[in-house]
Design a protein. Structure first.
Lengths: 232, 126
């Protein structure tokens, strides 16, 4: 006996109820549960769909799908970092290196200009404030999108909900502030701060603009079923 | 009461058996199976292991999928998706890197077993 399309839908609903919010993970778990339930029906045709489902869910242990979600997050996080790294390397190739150098110069002068504790503190607060506002906006926009679409992929969420990174936008200025308080105002320290700042803002640029603009390609590369789904 | 305690002991023992020693080998077991079978999906792997070990070794669902996703992230496994019976099925297979790694890990495991035998049963080694 095979599961009906309605029962498959119920399985998707079941995974959502157990905090699996992403379509890629849901799909794999639905297939697993469906196979297991069909196997139970072969051995005992009388068992009801819901009872069989409960039996199978218990096999995942007391934490349910949590362990599966956690590991998936780590695995995809690694993948995401690789995307950022690959994009970052691009900024040190011939066409973009001029941009990188200009950015470095800009920050070098900015830090020289701001080399007073008060100005740097003010700048740090301003960036933090802007970062917070954007982070909240991006997050609420994403949550709305997720609710409307109903079907999001885990990697898609990592790509589109980059609000967490905006919270840290002030970090280079925070670092500058702390170093100043220690009275390190040598060229070496400024050089280090500039280097850190450039890399940091390049990463931020990649996360906010570059990767979301290529989201489609990344999703297709990661999920073979992504293309399959969008045809149907 | 006595029976209940015994029952708990048996469960504890089974859990230990299924997690402590085998946990480190789970990845190797998965890779070995994929090397033999070509490609498999999650449920198929749990069933196959049960079948081969006649039910002695039970891969838990909560451990299998994390292991698969980790191996995939390490570039050792590749995935294919097909529509089967109204639903999508995700198949795993070894990548080239995965195939090489399987050979290494199996050799390592064999060495380990050999050493363990020597330690547990020293007389046999002479």
């Amino acid at each position: 006996m095979k599961l009906t399309p309605e029962q498959i839908d119920r399985l998707y609903q079941f995974t959502r109820q157990h905090y699996v919010e992403w379509y890629d993970l849901q799909t794999e778990l639905v297939d697993h549960l469906a196979n297991a339930i069909e196997q139970q029906w072969q051995e005992n045709p009388k068992i009801s769909f819901e009872d069989a489902l409960q039996v199978e869910f218990k096999k995942f242990g007391i934490f349910g799908f949590m362990e599966v979600i956690k590991e998936k997050q780590i695995a995809l996080g690694k993948k995401y970092k690789k995307f950022v790294w690959n994009e970052l390397v691009q900024f040190f190739t011939i066409p973009k290196i001029i941009f990188t150098l200009l950015l470095t110069l800009l920050f070098y002068y900015l830090f020289h200009l701001l080399f007073s504790k008060d100005l740097l503190s003010a700048f740090h607060l301003l960036i933090a404030f802007i970062g917070f506002i954007f982070a909240f906006r991006i997050n609420s926009k994403y949550q709305k999108y997720k609710k409307e679409k109903g079907k999001v992929w885990y990697l898609e969420e990592m790509i589109k909900n980059y609000s967490f990174m905006l919270f840290f936008g002030y970090l280079p200025f925070q670092l500058g502030n702390s170093l100043l308080r220690l009275d390190f105002n040598s060229d070496g320290i400024i050089g280090f701060m500039v280097f850190f700042t450039v890399i940091f803002y390049l990463c931020l640029f990649i996360i906010v603009f570059e990767i979301p603009s290529k989201a489609e390609d990344y999703l297709k590369e990661t999920y073979p079923e992504y293309a399959l789904e969008n045809v149907n | 009461m006595h029976k209940k305690i015994m029952h708990i002991f048996v469960i504890q023992f089974r859990l230990m058996k299924n997690s402590q020693l085998y946990k480190g080998s789970l990845n190797t077991i998965i890779m070995k199976l994929l090397e033999e079978q070509g490609r498999m999906y999650g449920y198929e792997i749990t069933q196959k292991v049960k079948e081969i070990t006649k039910g002695e070794l039970n891969i838990t669902e909560g451990a299998l999928y994390p292991a698969l996703h980790k191996l995939e992230a390490e570039g050792l496994l590749d995935v294919e998706v097909e529509k089967v019976d109204n639903r999508l099925r995700k198949y795993y297979k070894l990548t080239e890197k995965g195939t090489t790694e399987t050979v290494n890990r199996l050799a390592e495991l064999e060495e380990f077993i050999k050493n363990m035998q020597t330690i547990v049963n020293p007389k046999l080694s002479y």
